[in-house]
Design a protein around this ligand. Structure first.
Ligand SMILES: *Cc1c(COP(=O)(O)O)cnc(C)c1O
Length: 391
């Protein structure tokens, strides 16, 4: 009974924050988890691409978006793609991940991380997350490597499979920076290439350095549910000029530049972000600082409210400044979590459980993993609550 009283309080609180927008037609009483907000130059820029006819794979907006992301994140190079998944796919290819490789990642992530690894033919290895960051645990990573791997010819070999562990892909869950500096140190020691899945963390900083710029390559997503959107889109960032050039080449069908000839020198991909999507994105990026501030204020309102009820709110780690992309709370157990999901979704407030762990999906069941104790714990308890930018 006590629980249900809290549920009602939570729903009323969320509804008091998200007063329905009278202009939204048809009037939708459901408060969504995260919807895009278009309050800037979106229409102007998109119309501009239509009027110029440059809606597709060539155009100034794509270049401008790449420059913008480079400036904002501090990365030397940025290469825009059709979505975050394709950006991850190319990032893995760029560092040489192939069917003879294995790639370490966390089981608590969106399926795209693991799908991208599999597109290369490599096998994922799942390592546990930290309870405080929800991201890959450096301690678990170190322990796994010490117990299962050895360095041979400067490569990290998994003793069980004999394969090379080529890369490690931590993810900054819900925008909260993971312990990326510690992870990087361990990867360097074991000759493993670090690639950051920063799909959710545009605007999130570890100390003063932007997420996605610690590894050899970082990847962001601009899907419709992310902090800013291009409809669909992604971007690769790196400081390595050679990798950047090859990223551009591979994402543009590996066509060798020429005034009229069609010559492709390897199997490339049609992964370049269209200009019309980049136009939408540039307008969104112009408002990113504003969105970040609004989301931060919302998160602290939530934090105060949930702490007053004795419910754990997932906060940014002390060392970090998070974009608070998706707010999350944690229940004491699965039954209570399930009751809350039922109650909130029946009362016009969209809430969602955290992802099913990757090692529990049919295609990834047989992948190697450690105990995944923390991931199991979080899977049963974490719920996302409405987090869209409040106008
Ligand atoms: C959104 C997301 C991606 C990429 O998604 P796209 O929809 O392909 O842009 C990758 N990893 C994580 C963790 C994500 O949340």
């Amino acid at each position: 009974m006590k629980k249900n009283k809290n549920f009602k309080k939570i729903i009323n609180f969320i509804k008091s924050i998200y007063t329905p927008n009278p202009k939204s037609k048809p009037l939708n009483p459901i408060i969504p988890l995260h919807e895009p907000v278009f309050i800037g130059n979106e229409k102007k820029y998109v119309c501009d691409t239509i009027e110029s006819t440059f809606v597709s794979s060539v155009g100034e907006y794509v270049n401008r978006v790449e420059e913008w992301i480079g400036d904002f994140t501090g990365a030397k190079y940025a290469i825009a793609t059709v979505n975050g998944t394709s950006a991850l796919h190319i990032a893995l290819i760029l560092v040489g991940v192939d069917e003879n490789s294995e790639v370490i990642t966390q089981p608590l992530t969106f399926v795209a991380t693991v799908n991208a690894i599999n597109y290369t033919g490599a096998k994922p290895v799942f390592i546990d997350v930290d309870l405080d960051t929800l991201g890959l645990s450096p301690d678990s990573l170190k322990l796994f490597l010490e117990q299962n791997c050895e360095i041979k010819n400067n490569q990290c070999i998994n003793k069980k499979t004999g394969k090379i562990i080529k890369a490690c892909v931590p993810m900054h869950t819900f925008g909260h920076p993971c312990k990326i500096v510690e992870i990087k140190e361990i990867c360097d020691e074991w000759n493993i290439v670090l690639i950051e899945d920063a799909a959710e963390s545009l605007g999130s900083f570890y100390k003063n350095k932007h997420t996605g710029t610690f590894g050899k390559i970082g990847v962001f997503s601009f899907n419709g549910n992310k902090i800013v959107t291009s409809g669909g889109g992604g971007i690769i960032v790196t400081d390595d000029e050679e990798l950047a050039k090859r990223a551009k080449h591979l994402t543009t069908t590996a066509k060798v530049s020429h005034k009229w000839e069609y010559f492709h020198d390897e199997i490339g991909y049609n992964y370049r972000m269209p200009n019309i999507n980049a136009a939408l994105l540039l307008a969104q990026l112009e408002n990113l600082d504003k969105f970040l501030k609004i989301k931060r204020d919302l998160a602290f309102k939530y934090k105060e409210f949930f702490e007053s009820l004795g419910i754990k709110f997932v906060n940014e780690p002390q060392y970090a400044k998070s974009n608070f992309w998706l707010n999350a709370i944690m229940f004491d157990n699965k039954e209570e979590r399930d009751e809350f999901l039922e109650y909130s979704n029946n009362n016009d407030v969209m809430t969602r459980p955290i992802w099913r762990l990757m090692n529990k999906l049919p295609m990834y069941k047989s992948c190697q993993r450690d105990s995944l104790k923390n991931a199991d714990y979080l899977e049963e308890r974490v719920v996302n609550i409405p987090s869209g930018v409040l106008l």
